[in-house]
Structures are given as C-alpha cells and as structure tokens.
Unconditional design. Structure first.
Length: 317
C-alpha cells in the first residue's frame, strides 16, 4: 500500500514510525507549516515535519488544502491511501475522493463520543472512566465516518492529558498498521457510527484555562489534569497567574475557596467542596516545581493566600 502520512504534533510520531517500519510504502508527508513560538516568535517546524526531514521523506506543508496546486501535488505523489493523525485542518471532499482508498483517521476516543479536536482533554474533564483509539474512514462530516476498529482503554483517576495521549498513540500505532493491512487485503469491514451518544470535543480555548476555586475539588482536579502539561490551568492571586500542573483531592474540608495552607511537605487549597492538594505548579515566569518547594520560598505556612477568579481586564502572563 502506498501511503501519504498527514499529521502535525508529536502524538502522530509513533503511529507514523510504525507505518514507516511496516511493509507499506510511505510516499510522502503532509504537515502544517512552521509556527512562531516563544517570546522571540521564532518559526519552529512541526514535530511531524522534523521527523519527515530526519527520514528523508518528501514533505508538503499547508495550513489548508483548498488550493488546487497543493491538491494536485498530493495526488501526483501516487498515494493510494491517506493516513491522518492530528493534522489540524480539514481534508476537502475533492481530495478525499482522489485516492483509491480515500483517507483514514486515528482518533483518540470511542466515537461517536468526543468528536473534534480535543477528545482526550474533554474525556478527562468529564470524568470519563474509559476512552479509546478509533480508526475510521474520513468523510466531510466532523469525525462521522464508518469505523474500522476501536480499542478501549481505561482512564486512571490521576493521569493527565499529555501522558494519556502518548499511551493512546502507542496503542494506535499498532492498530493503524493492522487496519491498513486489512484494507490492502480486502478484509476490512468498516461499520457506520451509532446515531446516539454523540458528544463534541472542541479545542480548549485561552478563556477555559482559569480555575474556578468555587468548584468542587474533584471537578478542579479533572480540570487541571485535562490541561496538563499544556496549555496548563492556572490560579489568579490578584496580581499574576500561577499555573497548576498536578493536584489530588484531599480528605479534609477545612479551607475557604482559594485559601491555602502549607506544611513542610504539602500544600492544600480550599474549594467549593472539600480541600485540594496542590502537587506541581509553575509560578509566573518560572519553571515547574513541587508545590511544597514553592510554598517554602514564598513563606506560606499557616498564613493564608487567597486565589480568586481572574478579572479578564487585569490578566497578566
């Protein structure tokens, strides 16, 4: 099978590497162009773009595929099948129909639950107990195509989105090779998605990063790990943001919402229902650290520090 790989972030690397090492032929890679990063706004290639260069694979870069020129180049690659993992842009209908076997997509949820850009993050935030890797046929609808294979995986109560995505990437790597081989052999049997149980997983926006200290501890815990390590949820102390990367619901209910109490080894914050232990955080402009280390440096002991909801007009990085 001659394959065009289509993806952008590092979560696509293990599936793409598995296909590269399989009996199938990779004719090229499509990824998003380099993006400006950091305060310097330096253009940084995508993880998939770097990987393709390291393996000397023909590469195309495009933010969208509406132009006839890029579509013609991809069709001329000779690919029979496109394999998509987190590309970040729509594949137009004209291109979907141009390949002999169309395009398949590796998606990190049990479709039709959590269609969209952030299925793992939304599943964690919703306290789902399971997720999945699903390989399906791409069509013009949002993750609506028939399913080739779904493999269920449990979601541990403390796993964060970054860790879970990498684990699902490993599962999906083996799964993709199996599905591609079944398509080539003519044994694949994709089934329509159920009409019930559809939920949408939109990308997490900047406005969805501030922690509501009046929410229950368990809700905040899921909110934090759904955004960890990137982009990161944060608390607001009236002057600056404090990024929170790891937490744990505590057995106590002693503190007011947003109020802190620190011991030599632990830091606790009050919430709308129960206390929450802060495990790992990153003060504004600093690297991540253990919450207890931060509390000692900030001299937070039995005294209290109050976090609140951030006034949007006064927000600071």
């Amino acid at each position: 099978m001659k394959i065009l790989l289509v993806g952008t972030p590092d979560v696509a690397l293990k599936p793409f590497q598995a296909l590269l090492e399989s009996e199938h032929e990779i004719v090229g890679v499509l990824t998003r162009p380099p993006a400006a990063r950091g305060r310097s706004r330096k253009l940084i290639p995508s993880a998939v773009g770097k990987w393709a260069e390291e393996h000397n694979l023909p590469t195309w870069q495009a933010d969208n595929l509406r132009a006839e020129e890029i579509q013609r180049q991809l069709i001329d690659s000779g690919a029979q099948l496109g394999v998509v993992v987190a590309y970040g842009a729509l594949i137009p209908e004209s291109l979907l129909a141009a390949f002999e076997y169309g395009f398949i997509n590796l998606h990190f949820s049990a479709l039709p639950r959590w269609r969209g850009a952030a299925p793992v993050q939304r599943a964690i935030e919703a306290a789902d107990e399971t997720t999945a890797t699903t390989v399906f046929q791409l069509e013009t609808g949002l993750d609506t195509g028939p399913i080739y294979d779904t493999r269920i995986r449990s979601i541990e109560p403390d796993v964060d989105a970054g860790t879970l995505l990498q684990e699902l990437s490993e599962i999906g790597a083996r799964q993709l090779v199996d599905v591609v081989s079944s398509i080539e052999a003519g044994t694949a049997n994709p089934q329509p998605q159920p009409e019930q149980g559809v939920t949408i997983a939109p990308k997490i926006t900047r406005e969805e990063l501030v922690i509501d200290v009046h929410a229950p501890a368990t809700v905040i815990h899921n909110f934090v790990r759904a955004r960890s390590p990137q982009p990161g949820a944060y608390l607001w102390d009236g002057q600056q943001r404090m990024k929170i990367l790891a937490t744990k619901p505590a057995a106590t209910k002693e503190l007011k919402p947003g109020q802190l109490r620190a011991t030599k080894k632990q830091v606790f914050m009050g919430t709308g229902e129960g206390d929450l232990e802060l495990l790992t955080l990153a003060p504004a402009g600093k690297s991540k650290m253990a919450a207890a280390d931060w509390a000692r440096g900030a001299r937070i002991g039995e005294g209290e520090k109050i976090f609140t909801t951030e006034p949007q007009a006064d927000s600071k990085e």
